[in-house]
Design a protein around this ligand. Structure first.
Ligand code: ZN
Length: 128
């Protein structure tokens, strides 16, 4: 297994930088919301989770490969993570939030990521 990625290319920072460039305001890690979403757009009722592909087991993603050692341990950990993700998403939706997940692998393709964010967060007013 390889733990790809390093602190200085933190996926969440990449997303936040793009959002800031889009001129949007957001709040981080709101503790009053289920799952403490990474990025929250209150007026738009939209939350973003930036998920590491490995820890959150991005399906079909090459970054989400199962470690060969201690497979049972990892499987239990992954199952707990994904179950918690599902619970949090369901709770947020019940409270009227839209929930979007940005995967770590998406943050490595800045142009695709920017298009995805623009779809999620259409900018209403044209800024100079
Ligand atoms: Zn991925």
């Amino acid at each position: 297994m390889s733990r790809i990625g390093s602190k200085d290319t933190h996926p969440e920072l990449a997303v936040r930088r793009l959002i800031t460039e889009m001129g949007l305001r957001y709040r981080l890690h709101r503790r009053d919301l289920p799952g403490k979403p990474d990025i929250v757009f209150g007026p738009r009722r939209l939350v973003l989770f930036v998920h590491g592909c490995f820890w959150h087991q991005h399906r079909g993603c090459r970054l989400a490969s199962m470690p060969s050692a201690n497979a049972a341990f990892w499987q239990a950990k992954f199952d707990a993570n994904t179950a918690r993700d599902r619970r949090n998403t369901a709770a947020l939706k019940r409270e009227g939030w839209r929930v979007a997940v940005i995967w770590e692998c998406e943050t490595r393709q800045p142009e695709r990521l920017a298009r995805r964010l623009q779809r999620l967060l259409p900018v209403v007013s044209v800024s100079a």
